[in-house]
Design a protein around this ligand. Structure first.
Ligand code: GLC
Length: 565
């Protein structure tokens, strides 16, 4: 397997609006990030991924770009950006930009032109259609509730938006659009950025003719999703981008591609594909959704056996042929410790460390989301007025219109709102968690910042933060953590997730108790003999007189053993 820097790296994701405010306006900014570069370097991460900072009206916190070549004034200036890039490079870190190529803001000059008239030269930069039977051109539903079509009176046509109506989809069938986007990607690369996370990249091509999705009552059904996700044309377009632009730079790329399994993912990341280095898969993000069709809000308890099945499939299918991007949360998902661990005391710390062990011991590049390294949790705001996320607000409105009781809507929001991950980074116990000097931040801070914050985490040698640091350090020391082949043990165990990793003469055994109970782990001698082994890391001190062959695990205990042959 080819060894490269982006396989050996650990990525840290920053959601800039919530990371650190430097000028007291309640909104995070680039100079705020600059002031925390030493913190990131100390943690040991190699690559910083920054969510969009381009000029944007902010309907979707920057994922609605109105000028790809400018920094949004709320975040700072291009000089601040250059300083940030330099500051990262000077500390041996790299910068990955987040780039939205599927859509722009409805305030982008292209769209302002496009909507003016049917014969405007920019008309075909977007996807316009006539209505059908007095309604929208087809029955596709938007990610953010309602139809994907918005009627525009001026030209009596509808434009397509897979996300909010302020995010019209670009028309990738238009060569002029492709040229503009390639030039822009090149421009950022020439500035010296080290990679891209390509937002919503699976959707840049749509099914020819934009046909209706089948009625869910019919079989077989074609879900709308399949008509605008991971189509063959996406690959043609990505290969074109690679051959014309990306190929010339030593960078790291990751695409956001929901709705696919590892075999399809190989079409994006296969060593021979000339497309992307990695993709973010979503299968484990849907383990707590009631059904594929019900969407994310209909939550059911997830099962460890399902998690093992999904992750093991990705680990084995991609091994030697592609590369995984591993993550447990991001700016669109609930907090990992609240969802896959246990955010109630006394379990928050051990379970966050156990999840960290899981994340870092899988084959693939680990992505840490800001605040994960101190075990930040979901938030419970009582009133919808405290929520800011467009997806959450649209969902609330839609459910209210459908007559769903307020309490039921709020329960789903508490579990699944993207704002769970978007409350400000908790730097200290002070007012506003040290995020801002303003009286209030753009979104309320989680009241638990008095307990859970960076200052406390750095002071306490047993903190989740120090545990992350150690995991990151171990990755640099042992190639088996990066490149070792994964093998699952105990596929049916309901509480223990155990696996081995093998590389040349090294073997790892990873043991994770995903429960608050105390199951016994029976050492698999056939996978690895318990003699001459080294305990690389654990979230508990070993007990005296342990019988490794029959090891009772404590709540959320994690252990990693190394054996050299
Ligand atoms: C991606 C982003 C999400 C955004 C959406 C539209 O899913 O991660 O935050 O809302 O794309 O750009």
């Amino acid at each position: 397997m080819k060894r490269t820097w982006w396989k050996e790296s650990v990525v840290y994701q920053i959601y800039p609006i919530s990371f650190k405010d430097s000028n007291g306006d309640g909104v995070g900014d680039l100079r705020g990030i600059l002031s925390k570069l030493d913190y990131l370097q100390d943690l040991g991460v190699d690559v910083v991924w920054i969510c969009p900072i381009y000029q944007s009206p902010g309907h979707d916190n920057g994922y609605d770009i109105s000028d790809y070549y400018k920094i949004d004034p709320a975040f700072g200036t291009m000089e601040d950006f250059d300083e940030l890039l330099e500051g990262l490079h000077a500390r041996g870190m790299k910068l990955m930009m987040d780039l939205v190529l599927n859509h722009t803001s409805d305030e982008h000059p292209w769209f302002l032109e496009s909507r003016k008239s049917k014969d405007n030269p920019k008309r075909d930069y977007y996807i316009w259609r006539k209505g059908k039977n007095g309604g929208p051109p087809n029955n596709w539903e938007s990610y953010f509730s309602g139809s994907v079509w918005e009627y525009d009176e001026r030209t009596d046509e509808y434009y397509l938006h897979l996300y909010s109506k302020h995010q019209p989809d670009l028309n990738w069938e238009n060569p002029a659009v492709i040229r503009e986007l390639h030039d822009m990607v090149k421009w950022w690369l020439q500035k010296g950025v080290d990679g891209f996370r390509f937002d919503a990249i699976a959707h840049i091509a749509k099914a020819k003719g934009l046909p209706d999705a089948d009625n869910p009552q019919q079989t077989p059904t074609v879900r709308a999703y399949e008509l605008f996700s991971n189509l063959d044309d996406v690959h043609t377009l990505l290969q074109d981008l690679y051959d014309n632009v990306l190929y010339y730079y030593d960078i790291m790329t990751v695409g956001e591609t929901s709705g696919l399994g590892p075999e399809e993912a190989l079409c994006y990341v296969g060593d021979d594909r000339r497309e992307l280095n990695m993709t973010f898969q979503f299968e484990h993000m849907f383990l707590d959704a009631a059904s594929a069709g019900s969407g994310k809000w209909d939550v059911v308890p997830w099962k460890l056996t399902d998690l093992k099945e999904v992750i093991s499939r990705w680990q084995t299918v991609l091994h030697g042929r592609g590369w995984n991007a591993n993550y447990l949360c991001n700016h669109d998902q609930p907090r990992a410790v609240s969802r896959f661990g246990n955010d109630q005391e006394p379990y928050r710390i051990p379970s966050a460390k156990m999840l960290a062990t899981f994340l870092h011991m899988l084959e693939g590049t680990p992505y840490i989301y800001q605040g994960e390294e101190i075990g930040m949790t979901n938030v419970v705001f009582d009133s919808i007025d405290d929520y800011r996320d467009v997806e959450t607000l649209n969902y609330y409105e839609e459910q209210r219109r459908n007559g769903v009781p307020e309490a039921d809507i709020m329960r789903a929001i508490h579990l699944k709102s993207r704002d769970n991950a978007r409350t400000p980074m908790q730097w200290d116990a002070g007012p506003q968690a040290g995020f801002t000097t303003a009286e209030s931040a753009w979104i309320r801070v989680n009241p638990n910042h008095e307990r859970i914050n960076v200052e406390e985490a750095i002071r306490n040698p047993d903190s989740i933060y120090h545990y992350y640091k150690e995991l990151i350090r171990l990755r640099k020391e042992h190639a088996v953590i990066v490149y070792g082949a994964y093998e699952l043990l105990l596929p049916d165990h309901p509480q223990i997730y155990a696996f081995t990793r093998k590389l040349e003469k090294s073997r790892l055994l990873v043991i994770l108790n995903f429960s608050s109970e105390e199951p016994v782990f029976e050492w698999p001698v056939e996978a690895m003999e318990p003699e001459d082994i080294e305990l690389l890391i654990s979230n508990y001190a070993p007990q005296e007189h342990e019988d490794l062959l029959n090891l009772p695990l404590r709540p959320y205990e994690a252990r990693v053993y190394l054996k050299r042959y």
